[in-house]
Each structure stands twice: as C-alpha cells, then as structure tokens.
Design a protein around this ligand. Structure first.
Ligand SMILES: Cc1cc2nc3c(=O)[nH]c(=O)nc-3n(C[C@H](O)[C@H](O)[C@H](O)COP(=O)(O)OP(=O)(O)OC[C@H]3O[C@@H](n4cnc5c(N)ncnc54)[C@H](O)[C@@H]3O)c2cc1C
Length: 391
C-alpha cells in the first residue's frame, strides 16, 4: 500500500503502485479527451461516438473481462477506479462505462454459456458492441420482482412481449440483457434473463428521456412486441433471471458508488480552486472559517465514501458476498455526493448557480446516484435486512 500525497485537491488514497499508475492514466485521458467535450455533450444530451470508441481503445470498456474473451483481464477494482476517474470529469461517461461493464457484460460473463460468451461477450469487450441491461419497467421499479414483461414458450425459443424503461444505452446498444416472466406462478423465481440483439424483429427502442442530469448518457425505453428470442438466447437458468440480477446489482451498486464519488471529487476540487481565487473583504474566501469548514466536511465525506467503495470492490474481487457492503457504499457515496455538490455551489456563491462554473452540472449529475440501481430508501432496506440476518 502506498499513499498518494498530492495537493489538497486530491485526498489521500491507499492504492498500490500499479493501481495508482492505472488511475492516473485514466485521469489523464479524462482531462485530455473528455473535459473539452463536457459542456457540449451536456447541452446536446448526446455522448460523442468517437469518445465511446476511445474508451474501448483505452481498455476501460470490458476491463475486468478475461483476455481470453477479448477483455483487458483486469480486476473489478480497476473498473471502479476508471468509473470514478471518468466521473470526476463527466458522470455521463462514468455511467456509460458502469452500465456496459458491471451490468450487461458482467451478466453475460457470470451466467452465460461458453457459446454466449464467445458470441456476445467477445464483441462487448473488444469494442465492436455496446451493452445495455434492462430490469426496470414502468410499473416495476423498486419492486423489480413485479416485472410484467412476459416470455412464452414457442417453437425454437420464446415470444417476448412488454417493455423496459430508463435503460442506459437503450437506443445505441448492440446487445441488451433483459428480464421477463417465464412462470408467473413462481413469482420472483419465475423471471428469466434473455439476450436481445439490436435489429431483432419485435425488439425496438422507444422514448428517450429528457433528463435533469447525466444528460449525455442515453436513457430510453425498449419495447418487445411478439419478439421471437431463440432458445440459445436464454441467459442463465430458466427462472433464475431475477435472482441473478440481484447478484449483478451487488456489483453494479459499487460502480454507482464510484460514479457518485467521482462526481463529488470533481465538485470538491472546483470548490477548493475557486475558494483560493475568489476575493471578498480583501482576502481569498478560503481564509474564512465558514468556507474552510465546508471544505473540511467535503474532504472527510469523500474519503469515507472512497474507503467504503474500495472495501466493497476489494471484497468482490476476493469472491466474497457484498450485498450489505455494496449497498452501504452506494447509499453513503450517493448521499454525500449530492451534499458535496450542493456545498460546492454554495462556495461559488451566485457564480455556482450559473453554467459558467462546473458545480451546477455536478449537482444535477449526482442526484441520479441516489435513485439508479436502487434508491437510497431501498439501500437502507437491504442494509437493515442484512444486519438483522446476522444478529
Ligand atoms: C438515468 C437513469 C438510468 C437508469 N438506468 C437503468 C438501466 O440501465 N437499467 C435498469 O434496469 N434501470 C435503470 N434505471 C432505473 C432505476 O434503477 C430506477 O429508476 C430505480 O430503481 C427506481 O425505480 P422507480 O424509478 O420506478 O421508482 P419507484 O420504485 O417508483 O420509487 C419512487 C419512490 O418510492 C420509494 N419507495 C419505493 N418502494 C419503497 C419501499 N418499499 N420503502 C420505502 N420507499 C420506497 C423510492 O425509494 C422512491 O423514493 C435508470 C434510471 C435512471 C433515472
């Protein structure tokens, strides 16, 4: 373990040398390639296709996929370091990497057959395909076991009907993993996962959301209309789709913690910088104790969130069950992120309320983290359930 002793805008970390080198390489990429595009992508609510291609070239898409399947053969820890660093500059880029890696690719890697890994994971890891993952439906959000989409047995496969909403990459994804009910009587044990390919008859993207934040990240619905899904596109065992999804979300929530953390770090750095530059009453505002206390609280919250996130990611790489730790990391990081971003606006005064300075965007982006992949309320329910099990 080494300590990173950079200036006050970069709090202490406890990363190994190779992890620091990796983190810094993603940070350099984010500064050089993402930073110049942030405002334009936010305003146009569109991520640059060239940027997605560069993320594949950098190797962060599919980073934890083994080399034999075209990935970089890294650890999950590398994936969340990348999400944090990208989100420090633009959360929309961070959530793209998180959804592609932790949800879609990971579901196929964890539960796919060898043939499915070859057919779908290899292009997802090597940059030919972009991935999406659909659990949420208009009437099944927090209660995802209330899935309404159905998959009925048919000659050669399944006929799927229904819809999913709020799906990251729904329009541009080449591969989408989505859940549908295969046996209503078995409730959550009657939900199965399927792999959908862009362009399949009866599978189409629908309404794109016009969002408060993370605007460059595409969020849209998908519709299934008598979509014939061949038998070999059932992912995992029949009836295990919901159960497997909950395990996928254990990893996904660590990625959302990294997203929240990166956004908070970016907002905090902008507040530190501004507080040293802005003069009132004849001195920089950083000399007022009220501002210093804000910065101290922000730095402390960010470090605490980072340690929770690192613990959960480390446990996942060790093959341990992380349900409680993932929810704790996600809950804490997302809530402090909203708070840190709001305080960053306050440090900027009136300028923080304008689009000329970064905090307003960080604040808009941070709010998703208390909602996506399970709201804060749901994380508290999960944590309480896990704690009470242990007593
Ligand atoms: C930008 C964005 C990207 C997303 N990407 C994806 C994606 O790629 N794939 C995907 O499947 N989904 C995705 N989602 C969906 C997201 O996971 C859901 O929005 C989230 O799970 C909440 O569901 P809901 O919006 O239906 O809220 P609801 O479940 O309707 O919740 C409304 C409110 O009620 C509260 N509530 C609900 N149940 C309880 C309870 N039992 N106890 C206490 N409070 C409760 C909630 O905490 C919340 O405050 C995305 C959402 C957004 C906004």
């Amino acid at each position: 373990m080494t300590q990173d002793t950079a200036d006050c805008a970069q709090p202490l970390t406890v990363l190994a040398e190779d992890e620091l080198i990796f983190r810094d390489s993603v940070r350099e990429f984010a500064e050089a390639r993402v930073r110049p595009l942030v405002r334009e992508m936010d305003e146009h609510a569109k991520i640059s296709k060239a940027l997605i291609d560069q993320l594949f070239e950098l190797g962060v898409m599919g980073i934890e996929v083994p080399e034999v399947y075209g990935g970089a053969g890294g650890r999950f820890f590398h994936s969340v370091l990348a999400v944090e660093e990208l989100s420090r500059v633009d959360g929309s880029v961070g959530i793209s990497v998180a959804a592609h890696n932790s949800l879609c690719s990971n579901h196929i890697y964890q539960y796919g057959t060898e043939a499915q890994r070859q057919k779908y994971l290899v292009p997802l890891a090597s940059g030919e395909h972009l991935g999406a993952w659909g659990l949420t439906e208009p009437s099944a959000g927090s209660d995802a076991s209330g899935t309404k989409s159905t998959a009925a047995r048919a000659d050669g496969g399944w006929i799927v009907n229904g819809s999913k909403n709020f799906i990251t990459h729904a329009i541009h994804a080449d591969t989408c993993v989505a859940m549908a009910v295969t046996d209503r009587g078995k409730k959550s044990k009657g939900i199965s996962a399927f792999i959908f390919e862009k362009g399949m008859k009866g599978f189409s993207p629908s309404k794109k959301e016009n969002k408060l934040g993370l605007r460059a990240s595409e969020t849209a619905s998908v519709v299934f209309e008598d979509c014939l899904v061949p038998e070999d596109q059932l992912l995992g065992e029949e009836g295990q789709g919901f159960v497997n999804s909950m395990e996928i979300l254990d990893g996904g929530r660590i990625s959302i913690a990294a997203l929240a953390l990166g956004i908070a770090q970016g907002a905090y750095e902008s507040a530190v910088k501004y507080s040293k530059e802005r003069q009132q009453f004849g001195k920089p505002i950083s000399e007022f104790q009220a501002i210093q206390f804000k910065l101290a609280n922000m730095a402390t919250q960010i470090d605490a969130a980072r340690l929770l996130m690192y613990r959960a990611a480390w446990m996942k790489d060790e093959g341990k069950k992380t349900t409680k730790e993932s929810s704790m990391a996600k809950l804490f990081a997302s809530e402090i992120s909203v708070n840190v971003c709001e305080e960053a606006i306050q440090v900027h005064g009136g300028y923080g309320y304008t689009k000329d300075y970064p905090p307003e965007k960080y604040w808009r982006d941070s709010k998703l983290c208390t909602i996506g992949e399970g709201t804060s309320e749901i994380q508290r329910i999960i944590i309480a359930r896990e704690i009470l099990k242990q007593i």
